[in-house]
Design a protein around this ligand. Sequence first.
Ligand SMILES: [Ca+2]
Ligand SMILES: [Ca+2]
Length: 395
Amino acid sequence: RSSAKMAAPLAPLVLLLLALGRPALSGAQATEGAAAAPHRRFEYKYSFKGPHLVQADGTVPFWVHTGNAIPSADQIRITTSLKSQKGSVWTKNKSIFEYWEVEVTFRVTGRGRIGADGLAIWFTEEQGLEGPVFGAADKWNGVGIFFDSFDNDGKKNNPGVIVVGNNGKLLYDHQNDGSTQALASCQRDFRNKPYPVRVKITYYQKTLTVLINNGFTPDKEDYEFCAKVEDMVLPSQGYFGISAATGGLADDHDVLSFLTFQLTEPGKEAPTPDAEIPQKDKEKYQEEFEHFQQELDKKKEEFQREHPDVQGQPGKLFELFFTDDVFETVSDRELRQIFEGQNRIHLEIKQLNRQLDMILDEQRKYVSAVTEEIAKRGAVSPGQQGQVNKPHGDS
Ligand SMILES: [Ca+2]
Ligand SMILES: [Ca+2]
């Protein structure tokens, strides 16, 4: 898809490359010249993405999750917006490729003008399953890209994005937001954006580049430059991970997708592709799929029983009901919930108004009845007028 989009402006370049017998390229490297353009291959074992992100047993294929992380069908909530939460998700296996690119889509949302603590994307020699650095382990060997919401050092430069490398010995300088250790950084507000924030991190020929789509547009390719680190040496094999933490203040940290691509220098042979999906996994997926299919059939039958009138073209109807396009996205759902909430409030106000009207009406009736009564009694026995009138004298 991305290469198709790039095709227009890059047509001559692509044609030239095709003439040289190289595949089309994409992303940031394209602009740096044909010589540096890598082969790019999607690595499903180091990736996750909705709408069927989680398996029936609550696990994410090829990933482990820890702490407060909650995977669901279309995202992984690394932390909920409660105090002192920590969570992380890590690839089960070490990558075996030297150069890579990851595209991560996430949302950081909270009610406060200020949130905490932030989210981190990792490539490290070991899984940092638990710890004090945005929910992951300190003294990592590799790199962390931190989306730091909270301004610990009070320099008014958060939310910000910083890149911190570590050789396994350094303790993260949390009090200074890592500023004493940052290899590169950029100031970006990634919280509470209308669209998910997208980040593209490329490690190629010892250069690490961070590009960001700040969530103001739905255009997936609308990246802006954030940071670059040259001559960066990372472990040749490592785990990809993403973690988050909250403090006294708290945001929801939701990751919608984590896509990993292997990059290979042109001319160098790409490593032999991984063998097909292992037989065991295949069977498991097949089972999942069949289970899903059965559930679907059951639902269809139920629906037909309850709605015999639409029996005419059930196929069409179910296509509509059960295709991915019709499932609402997280933001759609939030919008719908807001609308429903407003509707409810509106109805309740209406109801209250009606009740108020009724009470006022009752009161009017009561007052006139009393007045009438007083007038009557006054007429019948003038001697008692003073007594009867007394309690109602002021009304
Ligand atoms: Ca901070
Ligand atoms: Ca700061």
